[in-house]
Design a protein around this ligand. Structure first.
Ligand SMILES: *Cc1c(COP(=O)(O)O)cnc(C)c1O
Length: 409
């Protein structure tokens, strides 16, 4: 190998990932087959356009690759339309807004600090510069408060209601949100569009372990690399074929050039994997492990959000008198990776936060059992209570020793 530096850094990162417990809720490990497709020669092909309508010659094979990815995406999620070209979840959102709204269009979403995403109207994201955002608040219990969403719609008169979040531990009732949009449409005579960004829960939706937004939303966006276990990338779905042309042109040529056909091939592989019965078993285990860890922490006296999906929030300020950053660093020192996160009604700034976001999608991929999840929660509790770190580090090592190697999934 010519490039020893990068080779060695990749080896070091593999070793880091293999030796620790990954609890960042947005991360996961793809299968060998996904990795192989993503590392393939398809990366060498320019294919601007869409299958059958390319700007370049030589696209017969990549047309079939992208065609398979599209038809599998539609099958997994029950969609009429799929666009597999967005390079990331943020790119998918950029294109979806463009297709649905004029510049300055009004979007009602959940604030980033309450569990939304940067692209849902944060001042530092393109979204707030191109569209006019207002936000709905969560209830005191940290759950969606459907009545206050109704009120926020009345007050802010949005053109589009956006749901789907980055740090929300409960089920989302998409049917109810669609009903609220329809009520508003009937009242004002102007339809209220409904968009869902299911980036975090796509794997749960694919496995029928969360209500699907497809029957209710006008457009659904997603990532493919979180609970879905695919390559890093984005996805747009819809049951509305009348939006197909607008969505397609909002991705290419409006916001992207040549599609990443190697990544699209890897997406096709992950969609096929998500259709296997074993994937549903996997997602069920993710939920069981998340719940087991959350309940254990609660039993030990910690303040948690509770969970109905693949993640929960741990209030480390209330439970251990640490801020999120301190707690994240402490756990990292014993080989457990998490991320600091704002807690509903947080008193600390985003640079510190009062909480940690904890998820079990990645650990479960490596073979984490419910028993391990209880052990991990106990280790977290001891570490944050100020217990001696050396034995806890050893305990982390012994748990991980029973798991699969990441290059072998
Ligand atoms: C992760 C995430 C995204 C963005 O994904 P990127 O691929 O990092 O751009 C968008 N929306 C939500 C809700 C997410 O959680």
């Amino acid at each position: 190998m010519l490039d020893k530096e990068i080779e060695s850094l990749i080896e070091k990162e593999l070793e880091r990932q293999n030796s620790g417990i990954e609890l960042i809720a947005s991360e996961n490990y793809p299968s060998k087959e996904v990795m192989k497709a993503q590392g393939s020669i398809l990366t060498a092909k320019y294919a601007e356009g869409y299958p059958g309508k390319r700007y370049y010659g030589g696209c017969e094979i990549v047309d079939q690759v992208e065609g398979l990815a599209i038809s599998r995406a539609k099958e997994v999620f029950g969609a009429e339309y799929a666009n597999v070209q967005p390079h990331s979840g943020s790119q998918a959102n950029f294109a979806a807004y463009r297709a649905l709204l004029p510049g300055g269009g009004r979007i009602l979403s959940l604030d980033l600090n309450d569990g939304g995403h940067l692209t849902h109207g944060s001042p530092v994201s393109f979204s707030s510069h191109l569209y006019s955002f207002s936000h709905y608040a969560l209830g005191n219990d940290g759950r969606l408060a459907y009545d206050s969403i109704r009120k926020a719609i009345d007050e802010n008169k949005p053109d589009l209601l956006l749901a789907g979040f980055s740090a929300y531990p409960f089920e989302i009732d998409f049917a109810k949100l669609k009903e609220i949009c329809d009520e508003q449409g009937a009242k004002t005579g102007k339809p209220l569009l409904f968009m869902v960004d299911m980036a975090h829960i796509a794997g749960l939706v694919a496995a029928r372990e969360h209500m699907s937004p497809l029957p209710y939303a006008d457009v659904v966006t997603s990532t493919t690399h979180k609970t879905l276990r695919g390559p890093r990338g984005g996805l747009i779905l819809s049951r509305r074929l009348d939006l197909a042309r607008k969505l397609d042109s909002a991705v290419f040529p409006y916001s992207q050039g040549g599609p990443l056909e190697h990544v699209i091939a890897a997406k096709a592989v992950c969609f096929l994997e998500a259709m296997q019965p074993s994937f549903r078993e996997y997602i069920k285990k993710v939920k069981e492990n998340t719940l087991a860890a959350c309940l254990t922490l609660k039993r030990l006296g910690a303040k948690t959000s509770g969970t109905e999906n693949h993640l929960f929030l741990l209030n480390v300020l209330a439970s251990y008198r640490l801020d999120g950053k301190e707690a994240q660093n402490l756990l990292e020192s014993i080989g457990i990776t998490t991320n600091k996160n704002m807690i509903h009604g947080d008193s600390l700034p985003p640079s510190r936060c009062s909480g940690l976001r904890i998820g079990f999608a990645a650990a479960t991929t490596r073979g984490c059992t419910a028993e391990n999840a209880v052990e991990i929660a106990t280790v977290i509790d001891r570490a944050l209570k100020g217990g001696g770190l050396a034995p806890l580090k050893e305990k982390v090592k012994s748990i991980v020793a029973g798991w699969k190697d990441i290059s072998d999934l």
